[in-house]
Design a protein around this ligand. Sequence first.
Ligand SMILES: NC(=O)c1ccc[n+]([C@@H]2O[C@H](COP(=O)([O-])OP(=O)(O)OC[C@H]3O[C@@H](n4cnc5c(N)ncnc54)[C@H](OP(=O)(O)O)[C@@H]3O)[C@@H](O)[C@H]2O)c1
Length: 266
Amino acid sequence: MKVIVITGASSGIGLSIAQHLSQKGHSVYGISRSKIHEKNVKSIQADVTDYNQLKEAYQGIFEIEGRIDVLINNAGMGISGTIEDTSSEDAAYIFNVNFMGVFNSTKAALPYLRESDYGKVLNISSVAARLSIPFQAFYSSSKAAVNSFSEALANEVAPLKIQVCSIMPGDIRTGFTKNRKKNEIESPEYNGRVDLSVAVMEKDERNGMDPESAAKVVNRLVRKRRIPLYKTVGFKYKVIVLLAKLLPAKLANHIVGSIYAFKKGK
Ligand SMILES: NC(=O)c1ccc[n+]([C@@H]2O[C@H](COP(=O)([O-])OP(=O)(O)OC[C@H]3O[C@@H](n4cnc5c(N)ncnc54)[C@H](OP(=O)(O)O)[C@@H]3O)[C@@H](O)[C@H]2O)c1
């Protein structure tokens, strides 16, 4: 039985991971702003943008359990729109949730992860960290920052017997699609291409994998003695990530553009 903390466990991928791992008999604590109504998942209401709230929450878990074995940084959100029409506030906010949230949570948990013989930090990144999606620049870059953070962290904490993995899911059917903040402002020069592009992404998400597919991957990473630094979720997305590595960067980026950005607008 492991003591597991999951941020963003009130819906979607986080809820599915929490359900899956609690069914396997682990002691699971879920963190989110809203209450988690799930038997066997202990709900703690906290905002990942607030380090002090997480510090207090993780200290409370440590007082009960004596350790934290696995931290799953999953809380996240999306924003769409052109770069030039995005407000500084929106750009800062998504970084505050998707990147600073991972930092706040990891910093707060490390003293307790050290008490485990088994410490693991699993960061939920995205395939968009590797292939940046036009009109979702801030989402893609916040996830690329999570990958970079995971690499540095892995080397810092390896001697402390803590392992790190950045998990990159492809499209998954969750509330993420409806929770995406859409920038209503679009300069006329873009000819309505934002809506066309986001519609492609939304269709892919609605037809995406079941969140259970990510939960199964996470369960395997929890069980494994040695874990990889990166794990992509979904066969199709593994091929895409491999191609992105093999193709010249400009060509790979152009292919992404032709899927999402070059549609004829108005
Ligand atoms: N769905 C996909 O296709 C996909 C693909 C790749 C990666 N991902 C990543 O997977 C993760 C989970 O996304 P999802 O698809 O499951 O979306 P979701 O259904 O919208 O769930 C997001 C979760 O994050 C929590 N959250 C958001 N802001 C928070 C904050 N400031 N403090 C604490 N919790 C917060 C939400 O809870 P509250 O609102 O109650 O706080 C909710 O539990 C995200 O990091 C996302 O980027 C998703």
